[in-house]
Design a protein around this ligand. Sequence first.
Ligand code: HEM
Length: 223
Amino acid sequence: MGANLDLSLTASRDPQAGLRAARRETMLELIQVGSGVALVAFMWTHVMLVSSVLLGASTMDRIAHLMEVTWGAYLVPPAVTVLFLAHAVLAARKIPFRLDERLAGIERTAAFRHHDSLTWWIQVVTGMTIFALGLTHIWVVVTTYPILAAKSAVRVHGPYLWFYIPLLIGVELHASVGLYRAMIKWGWVPREAMRRAEILMTAFFLALGSVTLAALWKLGGPG
Ligand code: HEM
């Protein structure tokens, strides 16, 4: 909203400056959407890889070992962290700064019962949640290498469970809703089809993540 107002003010004063500002805004938007789609691809791959524990601790250990010898375990975390930070900084430029502006936005969304505005607020809340939890999680994992199912299981069986539950819910909602918004923004996919896909994707990855957490929790228990 603020960015659009700035653009029209700039354009009314100097059409060339307005054009440059519009190009810059389009570029920032493309980087934001591109980094978001790349993070969704990473996240879904990540949930699939961790869910290998469902086939047994040794399967997860073999995959983790493969990631280590191919350097994936060392190169992916910094790359994901940079992508994560860039995406968050660019997305945050659209969040109203003042609390009264935020409350007014939420009130209007509730009054109009507008689905796509609601999805935007879901992205703001889940984005802020996973920003803090996601960076902490990466730090905890990379400072306790090597990745081993038994080590993960001890973490999940302990107080970290209460960390992973909001992280899982936040990240799966954020990924599916974000993909929905990216696809309908430029009309790439019909809205109704994408809405159904959004619900199915959220349900599938939440279910897979939940059974994975349950398996790790069980593995970390006594005996
Ligand atoms: C980039 C480097 C990352 C690595 C190496 C990594 C590795 C792992 C490992 C080994 C686990 C098993 C639990 C544990 O050991 O504590 C796990 C679980 C989990 N991770 Fe990550 N992770 C990374 C990034 C992320 C990010 C960026 C997010 C979300 C923002 C995330 C969300 C989760 C969730 C929700 C779980 C719980 C398991 C599930 O339900 O699938 N991870 N991760």
